[in-house]
Design a protein around this ligand. Structure first.
Ligand code: COI
Length: 355
């Protein structure tokens, strides 16, 4: 190991790298991590100096509040390599802002920009060889914060740990995605934490998703908790519907995550002259459009999955198959978006940030 410091961050370099043992062509999403991680602790009311050090497990007290009350938030981001070997981030300021909104909602301290974005730049400089060239290759970035303070009193912690870990990734889903429309379970409710990237929002989906998997569906389209009539999200992604030549997606709200991919697709669709309406689509509208042939596409959008076409949906035990299209808007928008991310097309939006 070799210790250095750049004033803001202590850096302890790993004595060897795992990179030569990784089969980058056959990655299972989120299973392999790079050689280093970033750690920054919050104690005595302030953030301490961050450290980048070799990736390894760490100890926590069994009474740490994250174990008992789930005070935990995260973000999902990606780094991309262009044909000149430069590494790029996509709209990192959006993730930073949303992380701190999530922190506020979960009564956690906000993370300073120099720790979140400054730390991310430093660790990516160290791990740049883990970002492989070529469309589809990415380094998935997982910043997260957990409550590390001890004691099982149900109150916010006074100590926290912010970390960044990195995982080389290709596709999130390996096969076709069929969904079932939620009639009973909910992902989020008004006044709840649906708009925060809180860990519990995701674990609360596991049981209903397991039931859906048992029926042959990969994901659930979440509906509003009060009436189950409005279509809101698809699994861990935002969701878009194309009826005739109009794209629809629900407005972000207290129940819906303000996705970075979602808002980029809206902007790209507007630029491409695609008719896009940000409004709730009702379940009956979707079923009617599927029955009369005007429903052309459904797709999920998120950082991990990018844009994921959905091949069919089930509602009240009736299954509707989506048509296989030559002129898929989902694939056109995915191509445009990834061309910007990999610097294959001019980024007229100013979304990409060089490391
Ligand atoms: C992402 O798309 O980055 C997410 O946060 C979803 C996650 C469950 C993989």
């Amino acid at each position: 190991m070799n210790l250095s410091t750049n004033n803001e961050i202590d850096i302890v370099r790993a004595s060897s790298t795992k990179i030569n043992d990784i089969d980058f062509d056959n990655l299972v999403f989120g299973n392999i991590f790079t050689d280093h991680m970033l750690i920054c602790d919050f104690k005595d009311g302030k953030w301490q100096k961050p450290t980048i050090k070799p990736y390894e497990p760490f100890l926590l007290d069994p009474s740490a509040k994250v174990f008992h009350y789930g005070q935990a938030i995260f973000e999902g981001m990606k780094a991309y390599k262009d044909n000149n070997d430069d590494v790029w981030l996509f709209r990192p300021d959006e993730n930073f802002d949303r992380f701190n909104k999530s922190a506020k909602r979960m009564a956690m301290p906000e993370v300073p920009e120099e720790v979140f974005l400054g730390g991310l730049h430093e660790i990516l400089k160290i791990e740049k060889d883990w970002v492989k060239k070529g469309k589809g290759n990415t380094l998935y970035i997982r910043p997260f914060m957990i409550a590390t303070g001890t004691g099982v009193v149900a109150a916010p912690s006074s100590q926290y740990r912010f970390m960044i870990i990195l995982s080389p990734a290709k596709a999130y889903y390996s096969g076709e995605v069929k969904v079932i429309i939620a009639e009973h379970y909910s992902r989020a409710a008004n006044g709840g934490i649906g708009a925060a990237k809180a860990a519990g929002n995701y674990s609360a989906q596991f049981y209903p998703t397991k039931l859906a998997n048992e029926q042959g569906f990969q994901q659930i389209i979440w509906t509003d908790d009060a009436t189950h009539t409005k279509l809101e999200e698809a699994g861990t992604m935002n969701v878009f519907f194309r009826i005739n030549d109009t794209l629809f997606t629900a407005p972000s709200s207290e129940r819906i995550l303000d996705g970075v991919t979602r808002k980029s697709i809206i902007a790209l669709a507007e630029k491409e002259g695609i008719d896009i309406q940000v409004r709730s689509v009702l379940v009956w509208e979707l079923v009617e459009a599927a029955k009369n042939g005007t429903l052309k596409e459904i797709f999920g959008a998120g950082t991990a999955a990018v844009i994921n076409p959905i091949v069919g949906f089930s509602y009240k035990d009736e299954y509707f198959e989506l048509p296989k299209l030559e002129d898929s808007v989902a694939l056109k928008l995915k191509d445009k978006l990834t061309n910007i991310q990999y610097k294959l097309e001019e980024d007229t939006f100013g979304w990409t940030v060089k490391i």
